[in-house]
Design a protein around this ligand. Structure first.
Ligand SMILES: Nc1nc2c(c(=O)[nH]1)N[C@H]1C(S)=C(S)[C@@H](COP(=O)(O)OP(=O)(O)OC[C@H]3O[C@@H](n4cnc5c(=O)[nH]c(N)nc54)[C@H](O)[C@@H]3O)O[C@H]1N2
Ligand SMILES: Nc1nc2c(c(=O)[nH]1)N[C@H]1C(S)=C(S)[C@@H](COP(=O)(O)OP(=O)(O)OC[C@H]3O[C@@H](n4cnc5c(=O)[nH]c(N)nc54)[C@H](O)[C@@H]3O)O[C@H]1N2
Ligand SMILES: [Mo]
Length: 766
């Protein structure tokens, strides 16, 4: 197995200063090609990626333009595809040689690096090995077991990669079986958006489309790391900057992609190495400090309004919004000292941002996990919406709010019924179409499902992709609980830690990846997904499957459903899977407005837009208006750190996709080597009496008395605000308390854990 050398920051400058993109991204692709040895023709596959007739990338959810670039893939999109198309295999021979107990000690990287799963496998407790089985046996046995379990004690999890077609079948299976327990990776991600944005503007998704980025004159960026997590978006940003658009970024970490970018597709930029500056102003807000930062900008706007008028769009506020007066009073009453203390930013800087905002006609607010993964995450979003509403920046060309979604179809899965809330789903229509009686009680989201795992209520867990056990908080407590389940079924492409935390009965069902040809009774199939800007795209895989025993995800869901449910002539699983156009017709029947002529529009260049009322200034909120929120606090953290406590921000490196660890180069942060680093600024290292390279244990300081710790971290100097430490996800997930989650949506507060640092070998906390 690869053993990385020690992680170190480049020594030539105190902190990494190279531009994002550039030759580094080309080298990143070359490295993964060498490492994964994909079969022949992979370059052709990459050239088709994100273009009509090709497959849609499985990495991020960023929009796919109608007129694609020559290479419509980025470094990390290429890595994701090549990682899927490796020639390495994880088949019966591998499982015969390694017990599950042994595999449980392997790292995330080493487990996935084995290669693609090739056969359906069943865990054999007597030998502690996975053994190959036939699909018939797998479906029959799992179906039989499910029929003996109370559906209400069962969870069907989805990670956001499965297509619209598969996701629709999955939720239908769950509801026909008898529950709404449909947690999704979105519950750990942008659920704060789905709930928070719905509350304030009546739409669970963003209001922008790609064209808006060619008209805006200011972009406010909060807690989203474009260079690593949605690099194709850098092209829009670069073009916006070149036409004079101002970009202001709020992030505790100076992320290179938001500082400057060399377009790898621009020969002169590559040759001259002349980067485009992305952010005009970059403010290293403290974690959880965005409410205060936004309050400061709003406060100065009121001051400017008093001085010169015409700053606030009074006509828009009067016609379209509610509760402005309470918001105004709260902001005017908030003292600057509190704003500065909570944001750790200077008044003068926030005033400067307000000046630019007041001068700009069309402004877009962008955000990611830096706003959503906090205890008061929804208020972060409410505050950003407040700022936009003050000048009518929602529902206008070139303006709006734009959450950047994570998984490539995570937004779409919610659109087609993956939700624990039956009120958000056309249940009546489904009952009518399929002759069902579907429960109306709310099911479990990820946080509740994890509580049910811990308290023993959960009996069966079925997972459509993902790595639930590794992605959730509080792994010190949850890891042991999996053994108590009656049934654990994992549909997957590669081995991961969730597959090693076996239950009384555990199954591993391997599926095709998106770039592979999906051939069914009627011939090769297309699938579809929805991007971050609510456009739906068709996707066609053309590569030969990694193994003859693989099934498509849709076929696996249909096989499981057929084996579990009583016969019902209206549930024609086999026919539907024979031709996915039938599934798209069912989606259209359930959501006729958004999916009208779904099959006919499947390959619309740039995708087809499913519409958004808030973009048209129709507010589907309780008041029927866009809602101002008066902030009752200035900090998004549940328990702000005290004394020597620090706030832990869990980070993604440039060499991972969630729990999939491609390698050990966090190039854009200048960090190379093992991932067990603890990033701290040099003054904090000194304040804690530590030194660089020292090994430390991090302890969670959440006040529920539970002992949560991660050892063996190496202190690494990094440019972060005071009282903030950074470390990688998922290795530090055991430190995040399950109880620390957004108060409205339940999204875990992965960006705001209070921690103490303890030098290893020393008894007392420092
Ligand atoms: N290559 C690659 N692409 C990915 C993924 C991946 O792992 N690798 N994951 C996918 C998924 S599922 C998702 S959800 C997205 C995630 O993409 P992002 O939304 O970018 O998520 P993160 O990288 O977790 O963190 C975002 C940023 O928030 C900053 N931050 C932390 N705390 C705060 C805060 O309190 N305030 C502010 N303003 N900023 C803060 C961090 O420094 C970081 O730069 O990316 C998707 N795309
Ligand atoms: N501390 C901390 N924790 C976090 C986060 C954080 O920022 N900090 N981020 C959260 C976020 S935003 C998210 S989205 C979750 C991610 O949680 P998940 O979506 O559950 O996790 P992934 O790591 O994306 O899942 C990787 C696995 O998916 C399987 N897989 C890959 N492709 C396919 C496919 O096409 N089909 C199928 N069936 N399986 C496939 C592979 O077996 C692979 O091992 O983690 C959350 N956890
Ligand atoms: Mo995510």
């Amino acid at each position: 197995m690869d053993r990385p050398k020690e992680k170190r920051q480049r020594k030539d400058t105190p902190f990494y200063e190279a531009a994002s993109g550039s030759w580094g991204s080309v080298r990143g692709i070359a490295r993964v090609l060498l490492d994964q040895k994909p079969g022949p023709g992979v370059v052709r596959t990459l050239m088709r990626q994100n273009k009509p007739g090709g497959h849609m990338c499985t990495s991020c959810a960023w929009a796919k333009p109608a007129k694609p670039n020559l290479f419509e893939f980025c470094e990390n999109g290429a890595k994701a595809t090549v990682w899927d198309l490796t020639t390495d295999r994880c088949g019966p021979d591998f499982f015969a040689a390694h017990s599950v107990s042994e595999l449980r000690t392997w790292s995330d990287h080493d487990l996935e690096k084995i290669g693609r799963l090739t056969h359906p496998m069943r865990y054999d407790a007597a030998s502690d090995h996975y053994l190959p089985v036939t699909w018939e046996e797998a479906f029959r046995e799992i179906g039989g077991r499910l029929r003996g379990i109370d559906p209400k004690q069962t969870v069907f999890y989805t990670s956001g990669k499965a297509s619209l077609e598969t996701a629709f079948l999955w939720q239908l299976f769950a509801r026909a079986y008898g529950h709404n327990n449909l947690p999704d990776s979105s519950n750990m991600c942008h659920e704060t958006t789905s709930v928070g944005l719905k509350k304030v503007i009546g739409s669970p998704v963003g209001t922008c489309v790609l064209e808006d980025f060619t008209h805006c004159d200011m972009i406010l960026f909060f807690g989203q790391n474009t260079g690593t997590n949605s690099p194709r978006f850098l092209h829009e940003l670069q073009r916006a900057v070149q036409r004079g658009c101002k970009i202001v970024t709020f992030n505790p970490v100076r992320e290179r992609g938001l500082v400057e970018f060399v377009n790898p597709q621009n020969p002169s930029q590559m040759t001259l190495g002349s980067p485009t500056r992305i952010s005009d102003i970059y403010l290293q807000v403290r974690p959880g400090g965005d409410i205060a930062a936004l309050a400061g900008i709003c406060k100065h706007l009121f001051a400017l309004e008093d001085q010169r008028g015409s700053v606030i769009d009074r006509a828009f506020v009067a016609e379209h919004t509610s509760d402005f007066e309470a918001f105004e009073a709260r902001i005017r009453d908030t003292p600057w000292e509190e704003i500065e203390r909570n944001s750790m930013l200077r008044r003068a800087d926030l005033e400067q941002v307000a000046e630019i905002y007041a001068r700009s006609e069309k402004v877009i607010g962008i955000y990611g996990m830096g706003l959503t993964q906090h205890v008061h995450g929804w208020l972060n979003i409410g505050m950003l919406v407040n700022l936009l509403l003050m000048r009518g920046n929602i529902g206008r060309r070139g303006a709006g709010i734009s959450p950047v979604r994570g998984h490539s179809n995570v937004q779409g899965q919610r659109t087609v019924g993956i939700s624990e809330k039956p009120s958000l789903v056309p249940i009546d229509k489904m009952e009518e179409l399929f002759g069902l009686s579907i429960p109306r009680d709310e099911g479990w989201n990820t946080a509740v499902a994890t509580e049910k795992l811990l308290d023993g209520t959960l009996k069966a867990f079925l997972s459509l992709g993902g790595n639930f056990a590794r992605a959730i908080p509080d792994q010190g407590r949850t890891d042991a609980a999996w053994a108590g389940l009656d049934l654990n079924v994992q549909v997957a492409t590669k081995l991961n830690r969730s597959h090693t935390l076996v239950s009384r009965e555990s199954w591993l069902l391997p599926c095709l990846v998106r770039a592979e040809e999906d051939r069914q009774a009627s011939g090769p199939q297309a699938v579809s997904m929805e991007d971050s800007l609510s456009h739906i795209h068709g996707s066609v895989g053309k590569r030969p499957p990694a193994s003859a025993w693989l099934l498509s995800e849709a076929a696996i869901v249909a096989g499981l459903a057929e084996a579990t449910l009583p016969a019902n002539p209206k549930l024609r699983w086999r026919d539907w899977v024979g031709d996915y156009r039938h599934i798209r017709d069912l989606i259209e029947a359930c959501w006729p407005e958004q999916f009208a002529a779904f099959n006919a529009r499947l390959f619309t260049p740039g995708g087809f837009y499913r519409g958004n009322a808030a973009r048209e200034r129709q507010w589907k909120t309780e008041s029927g208006k866009a809602q101002f929120t008066a902030p009752d606090k200035l900090c998004a953290l549940g328990e702000p750190p005290e004394g020597k406590e620090m706030t832990l921000v869990t980070l993604r490196s440039n060499d991972q996709f969630n729990t999939t660890i491609y390698g050990f180069s966090d190039r854009l942060r200048g960090l190379e080597g093992p991932r067990n680093v603890l990033l701290m600024n040099p003054e904090e290292i000194a304040r804690h009496g530590l030194h660089e390279g020292q090994r430390v244990t991090l302890e969670c300081a959440w006040s529920d008395g539970v002992d949560r710790r991660v050892s063996g971290l190496r202190v690494t100097a990094y440019d972060l605000p005071d009282s903030c430490v950074g470390a990688y996800y998922p290795e530090t997930n055991p430190l995040v308390p399950l109880a620390a989650r957004d108060e409205l949506s339940g999204t875990p507060a992965y960006k705001g854990t209070p921690v103490r640092v303890r030098a290893e070998g020393s008894a007392a906390p420092l």
